[in-house]
Write a protein that binds this ligand. Structure first.
Ligand SMILES: [Zn+2]
Ligand SMILES: [Zn+2]
Length: 231
């Protein structure tokens, strides 16, 4: 850990911080670029996009998708500077961006009870080895620090996909992903609300699969919380 801190310090000297979006020196994600972020004005059902409170799954999608999610809260549109920042965080290994990205998102967690538990979508081991960190976990950890919410990073473990997702239709994808995660039975989440943090949400299938496992541990409500949605 200490060694990592020293090397980060040296890297800052040798390669001064510059904004991932506009290239301006001194910060990783400058104020001007952060001001360009388009926050969502309404929250929507993650499946049909109908406007709902806090992104709740609407009743008809709840039954047609057999969703275990209470809803999915999305912070901002996946556009302009935020799109670039998420990309750099995810694919260019700029781990320190977790601080800036958490700063953008954490005030919106005030819409949830303080007693809610934060967790994250687990990374598969290949991805983890390649990137060196699970970006969702890094983000969730800082969000927990900023909000004072509890953070349980290890509620779930990832197994593997049964079939490649790309060859399947939307509903079959949901079924296929469902057996990708297993719960850690030592946790008792009876009566708790759990918020699963991810950087980007696409179909919502992964969050839903996680939510199914988290419900097995007794949680009464399971939310997804993502920086943006990639349609
Ligand atoms: Zn900038
Ligand atoms: Zn819906």
């Amino acid at each position: 850990m200490k060694r990592q801190w020293v090397s980060e310090f040296l890297l800052d000297i040798l390669f001064p911080k510059k904004c991932v979006s506009c290239g301006k020196l001194d910060s990783l994600f400058c104020e001007k670029c952060q001001a360009k972020i388009l926050y969502l004005k309404t929250q929507n059902c993650p499946y049909c996009n109908k406007i709902t409170v806090r992104g709740r799954v609407c009743p008809s999608c709840k039954s047609s998708y057999k969703s275990a999610l209470t809803g999915v809260y999305v912070v901002a549109h996946f556009e302009t500077s935020l799109k670039e920042a998420i990309h750099q965080f995810k694919y260019e290994f700029i781990k320190s961006l977790r601080e800036d990205l958490a700063d953008i998102a954490w005030p919106l967690l005030n819409d949830f009870p303080q007693k809610a538990i934060l967790t994250c979508v687990p990374s598969n081991s290949k991805r983890l080895a390649w990137r060196g960190y699970n970006q969702a976990e890094e983000l969730a950890r800082i969000l927990a620090k900023r909000t004072g919410m509890r953070f349980y990073p290890n509620l779930l473990k990832r197994t593997s996909y049964k079939a490649p997702q790309t060859q399947l239709g939307r509903k079959d994808r949901f079924k296929n992903v469902r057996n990708t995660f297993v719960e850690d039975k030592s946790f008792d989440l009876s009566g708790k609300q759990v918020i699963i943090v991810d950087d980007l949400v696409t179909s919502g299938a992964t969050l839903d699969a996680c939510a199914h496992e988290i419900r097995k541990m007794g949680a009464t409500r399971v939310w997804g919380f993502a920086l943006a949605r990639n349609k």
